[in-house]
Design a protein around this ligand. Structure first.
Ligand SMILES: O=P(O)(O)OC[C@H]1O[C@H](O)[C@H](O)[C@@H](O)[C@@H]1O
Length: 421
């Protein structure tokens, strides 16, 4: 369950009423694009795709030998699975993410892995991302050298249904491969095999994850009053003059969720609108309570240039009572007998109030608990929010023309004769 709290933004209910027509128009414009196969709105349908889920389950069951799962992918091909796996890994399978090109950690990883117990999953929608291709070269070679003909069983690809280097490799070598639907872009792909395959190996309850996402879909299509994604989209829209939107999550298990949100928000919305104006707000990741001891000083007394979103669980799956320890009554007595989760909730509430009191604009999204259902709901909710904002800000939320130059320049530098920095 996901619940919005805007108690420190008293004008919001009125603003929501006034902006009703604008919001409905934005939703209509977005949904009208669904008919267009180029629209990249396939993420809306992923929670219904039970056939893919069945295939993934069968694959997982056929490979019980996996002890280490190495995911080669970057951006939208890594951030979602990482955010969910680190929260919900129940299986004991160890996960490793190669979403970088720093040699030392790759070498350290290779030296510590047993190839016979390792499954490598290369993930790339385009099949053309330099970091992922570089990692694939290394791991493919490593599997071949160590496993001989058996290497094929240890490599699974997640990529475009037809195009790109990964698809070509899968066909040439007869490798197991899962498809990211044509009309699903990287940062909207967490509920496709990009996320579902690794999460099946993590032992996560995928039915519940998708059920939560279906709930977000239901609300996005619901009448205005119940429409949670239109509400939070409007909160972001009303504060678009503030350059920063902080996404602060009060959950250690969800510590990688802010990074997923940052890509979703920044890469979708930071671009030129139809008139050439630069639009977008900068999402800043934060974690509670750790960042109370780092960023909150700035949030309290620094510039009032932020919209701050807190994501707070309402219940613990299991609390841990703090024992009374003799000799520590003076300093820690106020904690005796309290739950660790009680402390977490008190800290989140204290931050909420202190930020509002400082004049920062702040609202909270309460998660009933850190469960696959609630988090599935939250992820899909945030995708709807982003898509609605794309309409409100007049930008295409599903492309990323701005990142291309870096890719092209990287290739130019590598191909330059005598290249060395
Ligand atoms: O999945 P891939 O095609 O390898 O893309 C991985 C990432 O790289 C690109 O640079 C895009 O900007 C991201 O949106 C994408 O998630």
């Amino acid at each position: 369950m996901l619940r919005l709290d805007t108690r420190f933004l008293p004008d919001f209910p009125q603003a929501f009423k006034e902006h009703g027509p604008l919001l409905l128009q934005a939703r209509e414009a977005l949904l009208a694009k669904r008919k267009d196969p180029q629209s990249m709105l396939g993420w809306m349908d992923l929670p219904e795709d039970t056939e893919t889920l069945r295939r993934i389950r069968r694959y997982r069951e056929a490979n019980p030998w996996v002890e280490d799962f190495v995911l080669l992918g970057i951006g939208g091909s890594a951030l979602g699975p990482k955010a969910l796996e680190s929260a919900f890994n129940e299986s004991g399978v160890r996960f490793h993410y190669v979403d970088h090109v720093e040699p030392e950690p790759v070498l350290r990883l290779l030296r510590g892995l047993d190839p016979r117990k390792t499954l490598v999953n290369a993930v790339s929608k385009s099949g053309a991302t330099a970091e992922t291709l570089a990692a694939l070269l290394v791991f493919l070679n490593w599997l071949r050298e160590n496993l001989g003909e058996d290497w094929r069983r240890h490599l699974v690809l997640t990529t475009d249904p037809r195009r790109g280097a990964l698809r070509a490799l899968a066909e040439k070598e007869g490798l197991e491969a899962f498809s990211i639907p044509d009309n699903v872009g990287g940062r909207f792909s967490v509920l496709s095999p990009v996320g579902l395959l690794p999460l099946a190996f993590a032992g996560m309850d995928l039915e519940a994850l998708l059920m939560g996402a279906r709930k977000a879909n239901e609300l996005a299509l619901a009448p205005l009053e119940e429409n949670l994604p239109l509400k939070t989209a409007l909160l972001q829209h009303l504060h678009r003059h503030l350059p920063i939107t902080v996404f602060m999550v009060y959950s250690e298990r969800l510590k990688y969720l802010p990074a997923w949100f940052v890509q979703l928000h920044d890469e979708s919305l930071g671009k030129r609108d139809g008139e050439g104006n630069r639009v977008g707000t900068t999402a800043v990741p934060a974690l509670g309570p750790q960042d109370q001891h780092a960023q909150v000083q700035l949030f309290r007394e620094g510039p009032l240039d932020k919209l701050i979103v807190l994501v707070v669980p309402e219940r613990a799956t299991e609390d841990l009572l703090l024992p009374q320890v003799e000799g520590l009554e003076g300093e820690a007595g106020y904690l005796f007998g309290k739950g660790l989760f009680q402390l977490l909730k008190a800290e989140a509430e204290a931050t909420y109030q202190a930020l509002a009191e400082a004049g920062q604009r702040v609202y909270t999204l309460y998660l009933s608990e850190v469960s696959p259902y609630a988090v599935g709901w939250l992820l899909q909710h945030l995708m709807w929010q982003t898509a609605f904002l794309g309409e409100l800000w007049g930008v295409n939320a599903f492309d990323q023309p701005g990142v291309e130059l870096v890719k092209r320049l990287t290739l130019t530098f590598l191909e330059r004769p005598g290249y060395e920095f």
